[in-house]
Design a protein around this ligand. Structure first.
Ligand code: ADP
Ligand code: MG
Length: 272
C-alpha cells in the first residue's frame, strides 16, 4: 500500500472532514483486510460504512438513554416472572412489542410497593429507547414539583412542551403521597395534553377504586382516569413484594417453628 500512501492520507482526511470518524478510524484495518480477502468494491464500501452507521446508532441510543433519566437500567429480560405468577405476562409481552407507543396508548401498572412496577416500566422504557423512541422517566412528585417551579418562573408553556416531547413518558409512584389541589391540576394538564398524542406508563400503589384518596377532588381524579384509561392496558401485580421476599421466607420459617416448638428453627436464620 506504500504507493497509495498520499491517497490514503487524503481519503482519511475526507472521512474526517465528512465527520465519519468511526470509518476513518477503521479505514486502515479494512484496507488491510481487503487486501487479504479481496471483497467486491460494493462489499468493501458496505462494510466500511456499516462501521459508521453502527457507531452513529450507538451514539444516538446512548444519548436517548442519558436523556431518559432512568434511575437504573435493568432490562426487561431480567424480570423474574416466576416471582409474580399472577402477572399477565401476555400483556407485558404485548406492551414489549411497543405497538402501544405507535397507537398513543397507555399502560397502568398497579401494585403494592416492591412488586416490580418500576422495574417493569423501565424494562419497557429501555425497549423503547432501543427501538429509537424518545422516552422520559419522572416520578409523579417530581413532575408536580417541576411544573410548580416552572409556573413560578414563568415557564409554563416551555415545561408543558417538555412533558409533551417524549413519545413515551413514564410517571412513577403516583399515590405514595396525596396530591394537593394545584398538584392534581398540573398532573391533569400533562395527561390531557398527551392524550392521543403520546404514551404514558404510569405506576401506582393504589387500585383505581382508591384514586379518590390520591386526589383532593373526585372530578379531577375522574377526568385523569378517563383520559388515561381510554386507550390503556391495565396490569395489576398482586403478588408479594420482591424486595421483601427473602425476609418473608425467614419470617415464615420462624412462624412455623414457633407454631411447632419441636421443630428446630432453620440454621442461618438471622436477618440480613
Ligand atoms: P415497585 O416499583 O413496585 O415498588 P421495584 O420495581 O422497585 O418495585 O422492585 C423492587 C426491587 O425488587 C428492585 O430492586 C427490583 O429490581 C426487584 N424486583 C422486583 N420485582 C422483580 C422481578 N419480578 N424480577 C426481578 N427483580 C424484581
Ligand atoms: Mg417503584
Amino acid at each position: 500500500m506504500t504507493g497509495d500512501q498520499p491517497l490514503y492520507q487524503q481519503l482519511r482526511g475526507y472521512l474526517a472532514e465528512l465527520r465519519l470518524a468511526a470509518a476513518a478510524d477503521k479505514l486502515a484495518e479494512h484496507l488491510y483486510q481487503a487486501q487479504q480477502t479481496k471483497p467486491s468494491y460494493t462489499a468493501f464500501l458496505h462494510a466500511l460504512l456499516r462501521v459508521e452507521v453502527d457507531a452513529t446508532d450507538k451514539r444516538r441510543r446512548d444519548g436517548r438513554l442519558r436523556l431518559a433519566g432512568f434511575p437504573h437500567h435493568k432490562p426487561l429480560e431480567d424480570f423474574d416472572y416466576d416471582a409474580q405468577p399472577g402477572l399477565d405476562r401476555r400483556l407485558v409481552d404485548e406492551l414489549a412489542t411497543l405497538r402501544f407507543i405507535d397507537t398513543k396508548s397507555n399502560a397502568l401498572l398497579i401494585g403494592r410497593p416492591g412488586v416490580g412496577k418500576t422495574t417493569l416500566a423501565i424494562g419497557l422504557g429501555l425497549k423503547a429507547i432501543d427501538a429509537g423512541y424518545r422516552v422520559y422517566y419522572t416520578t409523579a412528585a417530581d413532575l408536580v414539583t417541576r411544573t410548580a417551579k416552572a409556573i413560578h418562573d414563568g415557564r409554563w408553556q416551555t415545561t408543558m412542551r417538555f412533558w409533551n416531547g417524549p413519545q413515551l413518558l413514564l410517571i412513577d409512584e403516583l399515590g405514595y403521597l396525596p396530591l394537593a389541589d394545584d398538584a392534581a391540576n398540573y398532573l391533569f394538564h400533562v395527561i390531557s395534553r398527551r392524550y392521543e398524542h403520546g404514551s404514558i406508563i404510569l405506576t401506582t400503589n393504589r387500585g383505581i377504586a382508591d384514586w379518590g384518596t390520591i386526589f383532593p377532588d373526585t372530578v379531577v381524579a375522574t377526568a385523569i382516569l378517563d383520559r388515561l384509561l381510554h386507550h390503556a392496558a391495565v396490569i395489576t401485580i398482586n403478588g408479594p413484594s420482591y424486595r421483601m421476599r427473602r425476609h418473608q421466607a425467614r419470617v415464615d420459617q420462624l412462624r412455623d417453628s414457633l407454631a411447632d416448638p419441636t421443630r428446630p428453627p432453620s440454621t442461618g436464620g438471622e436477618f440480613s
